[in-house]
Design a binder for this molecule. Structure first.
Ligand SMILES: [Zn+2]
Length: 183
């Protein structure tokens, strides 16, 4: 299978996540033409910060292949991996990583930092921007729909919080990702 076809499968998994109310991120791990692991974001459903698409796919691939070294596999993910997932990719010895949309706030494959360019014991080959427009649009659509569906949230002012006289408003919720588009 071509990189684009495997990324399309990752996009389908991300869509499943979106339909379940999760930030749409999907991941596929392939060994040659064979998909050996799949995952999608499940943080909200499982109320767990570790339930990222890449970790689920790595877990599945290790089970499929019966070992922790995924040294012949390629990982496809719709959004640039975060520090946790980039670290897991290094630990799983995955030699090749393909991602779709960049994550300027949390991405560790070139946006905030490129973890794979640092002198760790394993440095995956990296390609970004595969089906970038589709991957980015899926995230944008999700956050747009969320904004329309959610009741207007209460706002706070920094003046209230600190009493320093400066008027600065911000959203009181902790869903910074809703505004930034990062996972
Ligand atoms: Zn992650």
């Amino acid at each position: 299978m071509e990189d684009v076809e495997l990324m399309r499968r990752a996009l389908a998994l991300a869509q499943e996540a979106a339909e379940a109310g999760e930030v749409p991120v999907g991941c596929v791990i392939a060994l040659g033409d064979r998909i050996v692991g799949e995952g999608r974001n499940r943080r909200e459903t499982e109320k767990n910060a570790l339930r990222h698409a890449e970790l689920e796919a790595i877990d599945a691939a290790c089970k499929t292949l019966g070992g922790w070294r995924l040294w012949e596999c390629t990982l496809y993910v719709t959004l640039e991996p975060c520090p946790m997932c980039a670290g897991a990719i290094v630990n799983a010895r995955i030699p090749r990583v393909i991602y779709g949309a960049a994550d300027p706030k949390n991405g560790c494959c070139g946006s905030v930092v490129n973890l794979f360019a640092l002198p760790f014991n394993h440095r995956p080959e990296l390609t970004g921007g595969v089906l970038e427009a589709e991957c980015a649009a899926q995230l944008t659509d999700f956050f747009e729909r969320l904004r329309l569906q959610r009741p207007r949230r209460r706002h706070w002012t920094r003046q209230q919080a600190t009493g320093n006289g400066q008027q600065e408003t911000g959203d009181a919720d902790c869903h910074a990702s809703v505004r930034t588009g990062s996972q």
